[in-house]
Write a protein that binds this ligand. Structure first.
Ligand code: ZN
Length: 390
């Protein structure tokens, strides 16, 4: 019998956003987590809430799985050379993001493009984010950018060393569908997940990746299907949604109208489980600490989709498409949670209606692995009600 090290009880929750499309809202006003993992969900009076080491009074706020940003470009620690900013990941935590996935550490000054160098950087990046979580945020990084000349053995070497992701295919010298497909296949064989840049060039040195290249490369995720920045023509976006079963990633740093088109197409073909959200930050358009919340409000309001459904695109969907052990509120899952409420003086009868009208919610608290990481957000509009640590 091991002793309970840490028992978290969150009570007086208004309602629970599950992160699961099949049932986005679940009943219950209390969540218990033991040693960082959810152990009970339901009505507080029915649950064993005794012996808590941390008790949080949600004070009538809503709870959601921590948001997942499916597309970021970190370099090292909590610093980005892209816009010379410190603590951008901490700022995103204040926007409700508890997990980030690297689409390549492409902004590293002097990024090596020779094969031994890019492998070394991928392994080092994977290590330094595994060993150091900025403000507790789970940053999955170490995502090499494919260059011409890589062989199957290179993918095996990286997988053996702990690399689990590829950076956006197309940001390096590999731009032809056939070469990309071969390398993506090797990556998949060794358990490395892949994503592809979709759309026009992002920065000087990158190129156009159109629907034919995306379909031929067959990466796991159609990275920023709405462009980063420039989107493909509408018919190519709908074709991508209809012609494959890969992740439909919509980003803040892309074309919003094209993002709405991709989401609507996913609804039309009844494949909303493929829709995931990212920011693509840091980028030329900067860092977007509220980017995922802004995507949720934009897609819910302009797309006229219930907010609780859009929350699933930024939580459970991403976790499932990316094989992450987080993103849903379910017994056994890590207690990566955010407490939110309707922003002060925002219209709407409750938080979900307010978001559906295009307003951001206020973040009142974030927790990662059951540990409080931030309280009242310094970045969102102030929430009407705030949770308190008892
Ligand atoms: Zn890109």
């Amino acid at each position: 019998m091991s002793e309970v090290v840490h028992k978290l009880v969150i009570r007086n929750i208004a309602q629970i956003l599950s992160g699961k499309l099949e049932q986005p809202l679940i009943d219950g006003n209390c969540i218990v987590a033991v040693d960082g993992r959810i152990s009970a969900i339901g009505e507080g009076k029915d649950l064993d809430t005794g012996g808590a080491t941390t008790t949080i009074d949600a004070n009538g706020t809503w709870i959601s799985p921590g948001l997942i940003d499916s597309h970021v470009h970190p370099v090292i620690g909590d610093f980005t050379p892209r816009q010379q900013q410190l603590n951008w990941i901490d700022s995103c935590l204040h926007g409700g993001v508890t997990t980030m996935i690297s689409a390549g550490e492409v902004h590293a000054p002097g990024r090596p493009k020779d094969i031994v160098g890019l492998k070394a950087m991928a392994i080092a990046s994977q290590r330094w984010y595994e060993n150091f979580r900025p403000s507790g945020v789970k940053v999955h990084a170490g995502a090499p950018v494919l260059e011409e000349g890589m062989e199957e053995q290179d993918f095996r070497d990286m997988a053996d060393a702990g690399v689990k992701l590829l950076g956006e295919v197309g940001l390096g010298s590999v731009k032809a569908g056939e070469t990309a497909a071969r390398m993506v296949g090797w990556a998949r064989k060794y358990g490395i997940q892949s994503t592809i840049h979709t759309g026009g060039p992002s920065i000087p040195g990158s190129g156009l990746i159109d629907k034919d290249i995306v379909l031929e490369a067959d990466a796991d995720i159609i990275g920023h299907i709405n462009g980063g920045h420039s989107a493909l023509p509408d018919d190519q976006i709908t074709c991508l949604c209809e012609s494959c079963s890969r992740g439909i990633e919509i980003v803040h740093n892309g074309n919003e109208r094209a993002g709405l088109l991709a989401m609507r197409t996913a609804f039309e073909i009844k494949q909303t489980e493929r829709v995931i959200l990212g920011t693509d930050a840091p980028a030329g358009s900067g860092v977007q600490p509220l980017g995922i919340l802004r995507m949720i409000a934009m897609l819910s309001s302009l797309g006229d989709i219930p907010a609780e459904v859009v929350f699933c695109f930024a939580t459970g969907n991403t976790a499932r498409m990316r094989n992450l052990d987080t993103g849903i509120i379910e017994i056994g899952k890590p207690a990566d949670l955010i407490l939110l409420d309707q922003a002060q003086h925002a219209p709407g009868k409750d938080m979900l209606e307010s978001i559906r009208q295009g307003n951001l919610p206020g973040v009142g608290m974030t927790l990662i692995d059951g540990v409080v990481r931030s309280q009242r957000s310094r970045n969102t509009p102030p929430a009407t009600r705030l949770p308190v640590i008892c």
